[in-house]
Design a protein around this ligand. Structure first.
Ligand code: NAP
Length: 280
């Protein structure tokens, strides 16, 4: 499993992690899948207070029991809680549900109506108290990233977690280059389009299948490797199935060559420039 420095946090983090949205419906399999993922080096676990209204954080506590030090654990504060005081309280609730004393990353889930300055001040307080190791943002476009960097300084912002999959490449022209230059990690959420993966019969699906067959990997692993071709990018696929987790982990050691990238680029074109970032 390849690792990269996770933005200014300076921590080496595996390029393929594990998402946890909507895992609460299948608790037993979700815990088994997360544990298998940790075994395979997918130790970056992404969650949020929003997921299952806290039930997913509790499930993760079970999955990482006895293994907390192996895991790079990230949670997110809801914009409706992201006031100066509310952020601190929300983090403390997440820590209790996760049965841990610190988060490795804590993100603003998306920008809401509280001033960004207040959320950042709360993040810095949490960091000073040792309750979080680093903080970042999610669903921020380039302009919003410029604002947070101007406010806090690039070394303070660990990551921007954004919607990025092979059929949704809106972050490539602006957000990824900006973050790469600033030393901020990009975390690709919904890297399989939240389950709407290119079908095998489509031209794109065929290209993924051909490359996968040649590499002895799955089309899903090839799609993850395509996203992680940029040195700033990490991906957090969600799976509650051990066999899928095993397939996805293969992407951690898969580097696509120039021709493979060019073929995928041709069948999954960038598309027109978007005014706003997509959000799932
Ligand atoms: P995703 O990872 O794009 O796709 C998940 C779907 O793909 C599930 O249906 C899963 O089913 C399936 N899948 C996974 N591996 C597979 C494989 N090898 N073969 C076939 N199917 C496979 O969806 P996501 O949950 O939207 O995104 C991932 C994570 O990003 C989330 O869980 C969450 O942590 C984060 N996220 C963040 C935001 C944000 O606003 N910051 C928004 C959305 C998501 P099985 O479980 O059956 O394998």
């Amino acid at each position: 499993m390849k690792t990269r420095s996770f933005g200014a946090s300076g921590v080496e983090v595996p390029i393929i992690g594990q998402g946890t949205w909507e895992m609460e419906g299948d608790r037993r399999n979700a815990v088994a899948a997360l544990r298998r993922g940790i075994d395979l080096g997918m130790t970056h676990i992404d969650t949020a207070e929003m997921y299952g209204s806290g039930r997913v954080e509790k499930l993760i506590a079970e999955a990482i029991e006895g293994r907390r030090d192996e895991v790079f654990l990230v949670s997110k504060v809801l914009p409706t809680n992201a006031s100066r005081e509310g952020t601190v309280r929300a983090c403390e609730r997440s820590l209790r549900r996760l049965k841990t004393d610190r988060l490795d990353g804590y993100l603003l889930h998306w920008e809401g109506s509280y001033p960004l300055e207040d959320t950042v001040a709360a993040f810095e307080q949490l960091r000073a108290e040792g309750k979080i190791r680093s903080w970042g943002v999610s669903n921020f476009d380039e302009r919003a990233m410029q604002r947070v960097v101007a406010l806090a300084g690039a070394p303070s912002v660990a990551c921007d977690q954004v919607c990025y999959h092979i059929r949704e490449r809106a972050v490539e022209p602006d957000v990824i280059p900006f973050c790469r230059e600033q030393g901020i990690a990009i975390v690709a959420y919904s890297p399989f389009g939240s389950g709407s993966f290119p079908s095998p019969g489509s031209p794109g699906g065929q290209a993924l299948a051909d490359i996968a067959a040649a590499r002895g990997a799955s089309p899903h692993a090839v799609a993850l490797a395509f996203l992680c071709r940029d040195e700033a990018v990490f991906a957090i696929p969600k799976s509650a199935r051990v066999d899928h987790v095993e397939e996805n982990a293969v992407a951690g050691d898969l580097s696509l060559d120039h021709d493979e990238i060019a073929r995928l680029d041709a069948v999954f074109p960038l598309g027109p420039k978007r005014r706003t970032l997509p959000m799932i």
